[in-house]
Design a protein around this ligand. Structure first.
Ligand SMILES: O=C(O)C1=C[C@@H](OP(=O)(O)O)[C@@H](O)[C@H](O)C1
Ligand SMILES: C=C(OP(=O)(O)O)C(=O)O
Length: 448
């Protein structure tokens, strides 16, 4: 878990000619879901390419505490022996999900329709994040919740004894909320229906179908209506987790802003519910190409090739693209600082309730590095200074947020003076090999 250990101050220094291949780790969203769905089958699920970051390891611990047997071979293959839908055991300790919103929200959903009680907590960041968005729909299934004021962790959920299926319109664009409701629906007899107005990442829908659940999605002009039939017998799977586009974003963006760079990031999923950053960068004029485009496991995949792009222009990012790149706005704001003109990002208020208030965290650090940033509740804009136009030289706070820490480390590769973060330890939640991988490309990132 991040935030419990000693802070790791890090600095990033002007670098040139990033070169080579960046093999980024497995997808975080799919990794959490592989463990949770594996725990909800009877029999053995095998997982390769699992992201072994702290967030996912905390989910593995939680699934063990609720009765699943989970082992890891020396070669990195994971095995989950699940308990079946409705088969969770009551954990005898508090479940600590560390820094992970996905972990805690999905697990709360998965257990809320089982007759067990569980108490959840997290680190200082997670315990500030809103949980009512999940516990409100879980109450409709018959679960009861007691938490801190404002719907914060620590929080106890008493699972429903006789769960009833639910129809729920998700009021915020959130795959975590959608997924919590679907996972709760697994143990409710009958049909659970979830409606979302903006398409969010659809890994839960795809994986539930893969595990044999009866699930369908009806897409209209305004909605996506997902219908799940409860009490399926999920069938164990063999899962090869694809690489994480949200992690690929860091070496890709670093290559675009550092002179002489040419980096290949192979095997990245381009599921349209995740690929918004890459579309945006290409619209800005980035030299970012998709090589070897193919389908794997029903998902579009390509090798990304990113080269130094001195002529990028600021753009207006369409608000309806926000969900497909929600975790990538911090690093986009870094690229925007090196483009010519203004980049305007609207429809992004969800950024304020992530591991940190990401608009505030990036705006403060970028301004300290000499970049003009403006913001409102639901939007922000960055004035680009072009390549060579950003001073740097500041120490930026990471606020227990991996994406903020990594974004400032990318910034410092192309600023005139080095950029420092007060604490890089949260990087291990999603990208434990970040420093080694960036170093191997030629990025000068140091522990201070
Ligand atoms: O479902 C998921 O795996 C995730 C959903 C997103 O969160 P929200 O649902 O809060 O938008 C995203 O920010 C997070 O990193 C992973
Ligand atoms: C928002 C994120 O994660 P989570 O909500 O799972 O903490 C993220 O990884 O950027």
């Amino acid at each position: 878990m991040s935030g419990h250990g000693t802070p790791i101050p890090m600095s990033s220094h002007a670098s040139k000619g990033l070169k080579g291949q960046a093999d980024v780790p497995g997808d975080k969203s799919i990794s959490h879901r592989s463990l949770i769905l594996g725990a909800m089958c009877v029999g053995e699920t095998t997982i390769t390419g699992l992201l072994e970051g702290e967030d996912v390891l905390d989910t593995a611990k939680a699934m063990r505490a609720m009765g699943a047997e989970i082992t890891r071979d020396e070669d990195g293959t994971w095995h989950v022996y699940g308990v079946g839908v409705g088969g969770f055991a009551e954990p005898d300790q508090v479940i600590d999900c560390g820094n992970s919103g996905t972990g805690v929200r999905l697990i709360m959903g998965a257990m809320a329709t089982s007759p067990i009680t569980a108490t959840f907590t997290g680190d200082a960041s997670l315990n500030k994040r809103p949980m009512a968005r999940v516990t409100d729909p879980l109450a409709l299934f018959g679960a009861q919740t007691v938490g801190r004021s404002g719907g914060r962790l620590p929080m106890t959920i008493v699972g429903a004894q006789d769960p009833i299926p639910v129809s729920y319109d998700v009021p915020v664009p959130s795959a975590q909320v959608k997924s919590a409701v679907l996972l709760a629906g697994l143990n409710a007899p009958g049909q659970t229906v979830v409606t979302e107005r903006e398409a969010t990442r659809d890994h839960s829908e795809r994986m539930l179908a893969g595990f044999g659940a009866e699930i369908s999605t009806e897409v209209t002009n305004e909605h996506r209506i997902i219908t799940l039939t409860g009490r399926p017998e999920l069938k164990p799977q063999s899962i090869a987790v694809p690489r994480d586009p949200s992690s690929a974003a860091f070496p890709v963006c670093a290559a675009l802003i550092t002179e002489g760079s040419d980096v290949l990031v192979p095997n990245i999923g381009l599921n349209p519910t995740r690929a918004g950053l890459f579309t945006t960068l290409r619209e800005m004029g980035a030299d970012l190409t998709y090589e070897n485009e193919r389908e794997e496991g029903g998902e579009p995949v390509a090798d990304l090739r990113a080269r130094f792009s001195p002529d990028m222009k600021g753009i207006e990012v369409p608000p309806d693209r926000a969900a497909s790149m929600i975790d990538e706005y911090p690093v986009l704001s870094v690229v925007a600082a090196f483009a010519e003109g203004q980049t305007m990002m609207r429809g992004v208020k969800e950024l304020r309730v992530k591991e940190s208030d990401r608009i505030d965290a990036m705006a403060t650090g970028l301004r300290a590095c000499g970049v003009t940033v403006e913001e409102g509740e639901d939007w922000w804009s960055v004035e680009g200074g072009g390549i060579g136009g950003v001073q740097g030289g500041a120490t930026c706070a990471s606020h227990l947020d991996h994406r903020i820490a990594m974004s400032f480390m990318v910034l410092g590769l192309a600023t005139t003076k080095p950029v420092t973060v007060d604490d890089g330890s949260p990087i291990a939640t999603s990208f434990p090999i970040f420093e080694d991988l960036m170093g191997a490309l030629g990025a000068d990132i140091r522990r201070d």
